[in-house]
Design a protein around this ligand. Structure first.
Ligand SMILES: [Zn+2]
Length: 309
């Protein structure tokens, strides 16, 4: 196989500056805007450690590792980015795609399943992720109804506990979280490289989305954040679902933000405040400058927390 390495590009953050407010009857849905951003964004490769790289620029962050067997991926982005993702994978190694882990069912992490499977990958994920990929799911906040994934895009290897896969010199530990961002989130920890891919249980510098339709909750998000903190050490590289690469300290700051806002919103709800009154009280105010500038607005994050307390 002829792998063209292509030209290297400077690293930059291409996170689309889309702020999801409360759902509205807009002409263009958040789903459409995020797809459009992926269509125009470059896909950028960030080398991490021991050959593990992060790919960014197509919805959620992706991870890839080239080994003697081929390429192991975590998440495969939005399908419109296929050519750009494929070009970056060719830069890291000549082998075929062997495995793709879906950290969860959301299209900005798993929409590439059909092409990656057709390229040879075995798709891996939790039973609930497999279930959601096979059914019709309405996500109000994104203004979109997802229809069942074609057979080629379905998960073939279920991981519902704790499983370690050997891949070349690397040991990749896959673990199910408690229901948190969804009811099917899975992490991937590259043990030798000391790189943890958290999926959307961690958004670095951004308020996270919480998918209540698929079993997520704010308390689950806090539990998953604590699980992530327990999995890593001071030298770990932590790849969030969205935002730049982080570390253990960033995970702790994120967990503390979640806990503080949860407590603020719960106190207002206990006082009998409606959702509208709670949003008006700005329970996220101390955190908005850092966490509320892109994708999930302070009002939407308040709404998501209020629903779960
Ligand atoms: Zn997600």
């Amino acid at each position: 196989m002829n792998w063209n390495l292509g030209s290297s590009r400077p690293l930059r953050c291409a996170l689309p500056l889309i702020l999801l407010a409360a759902p509205a009857a807009a002409q263009e849905t958040p789903y459409a805007k995020i797809n459009a951003a992926a269509a125009t964004s470059p896909v950028t490769l960030h080398p991490l450690r021991n050959g593990v790289v992060m790919l960014e620029g197509s919805g959620g962050n992706m991870i890839a590792l080239s080994g003697p067997e081929g390429i192991f991926m975590v998440d495969d982005g939005i399908a419109v980015s296929q050519d750009k993702i494929g070009a970056e994978l060719r830069r890291i190694g000549p082998g075929p795609l062997r495995y793709v882990v879906n950290t969860h069912w959301h299209w900005d992490h798993a929409d590439g399943n059909v092409w990656t499977h057709q390229a040879g990958a075995i798709l891996i994920g939790s039973a609930n992720t497999a279930k959601h990929l096979g059914e019709t799911m309405r996500v109000v906040e994104w203004g979109h109804t997802f229809t069942p994934e074609p057979a080629d895009g379905r998960i073939a290897m279920i991981v519902d506990g704790d499983r370690t896969m050997a891949f070349g010199d690397e040991q990749i530990r896959l673990r199910r979280y408690v229901p948190s961002h969804t009811d099917g989130d899975v992490s991937a920890f590259f043990r030798n490289a000391n790189v943890l891919a958290t999926g959307d249980t961690f958004w670095n510098g951004l308020y996270p989305f919480i998918d209540y339709v698929a079993g997520g909750s704010i308390d689950g998000m806090i539990a998953a954040a604590n699980a992530n903190i327990a999995m890593v050490d001071g030298g770990s590289i932590v790849v969030p679902g969205h935002g730049p690469v982080g570390d253990r300290a960033a995970l702790i700051e994120y967990r503390d933000m979640l806990v503080a806002i949860r407590d603020n919103v719960a106190a207002l709800k206990r006082q009998g405040k409606t959702l509208e009154q709670t949003i008006a009280a700005h329970p996220t105010a101390a955190f908005d400058a850092k966490w509320g500038q892109a994708i999930i607005s302070p009002a939407l994050f308040t709404t998501l927390v209020y629903r779960g307390v």
